[in-house]
Design a protein. Structure first.
Length: 245
């Protein structure tokens, strides 16, 4: 685990070349602190022993932590670790408390409470509860989350573009069919308009013809009446003349 390696390096820096023997395959990492320097064989002081004991306790707690794939509390993340390499999580609101482990930059976290301006209590994505420096906590997504969001948007846009490109030939064919149908409808409308115009003209001609026929019939009747009237007048006048003789 990377936490043990980091703590081991920290202990070596504090120990100042004191011997620290860790058996890596032991799950509890048995630590054998020798009381001799490698070169000088000098006794280490009580303060270094206390620091080594704290580090050993941290190692044991890290070894007993649950697996990363264990069930995580379904609390909704409301914060992020700012864009730093990683930060340490402590058991209390100070660097003097035991180190629980490290939290990577950009990790979604749940902010539980803040004891002071320097530290805030959080729950990480592994369901671990601890305290981190508040200057490394933000409510805005980090560059990692923003990049993931942009990549997801890019993927969705690319999928939409691919769907549009696949539908483009079909849409073009539909457009061609609609244009042909529109042209056919225009021809049909033109034919109907021409037919309607011809019917109107024929109707007008029919009306005019009927009017002419009526005038002709009226004229014939009028002339016939005049002729009959003249004939009757002549016939009656001759008859009166014969009667006078």
């Amino acid at each position: 685990m990377p936490q043990f390696s980091l703590c081991n390096q920290l202990f070596r820096a504090i120990q100042n070349k004191q011997s620290l023997a860790i058996r890596p395959r032991n799950p509890y990492y048995f630590v054998n602190f020798t009381t001799q320097r490698i070169k000088g064989q000098r006794m280490f002081n009580f303060k270094q022993f206390i620091i080594a004991s704290l580090l050993f306790t941290s190692f044991v707690s890290l070894a007993e932590e649950p697996d990363e794939n264990s069930t995580v509390n379904a609390a909704t993340p409301n914060g992020y670790i700012s864009d730093n390499l990683f930060i340490f999580m402590h058991t209390g609101p100070s660097k003097n408390y035991r180190i629980l482990g490290s939290v990577d930059a950009g990790t979604p976290i749940t902010i539980l409470s803040g004891a002071n301006d320097e530290f805030v209590q959080i729950k990480d994505d592994k369901a671990r509860e601890g305290w981190v420096e508040s200057r490394f906590v933000t409510t805005e997504p980090g560059l990692k989350q923003q990049l993931e969001t942009v990549n997801q948007t890019l993927v969705e846009t690319q999928e939409a573009l691919n769907d549009a490109q696949q539908q483009l030939p079909m849409l073009q064919q539909n457009n061609t069919n609609l244009l042909a149908e529109n042209a056919s409808l225009q021809d049909t409308i033109s034919g109907l308009e021409k037919q309607l115009q011809n019917e109107r003209l024929a109707q007008q001609q029919k009306v005019q013809k009927e009017q002419h026929q009526l005038l002709t019939y009226g004229g014939i009747i009028g002339i016939s009446g005049i002729i009959i009237g003249v004939i009757l007048t002549l016939f009656l006048s001759r008859r009166k003349r014969y009667d006078g003789w």
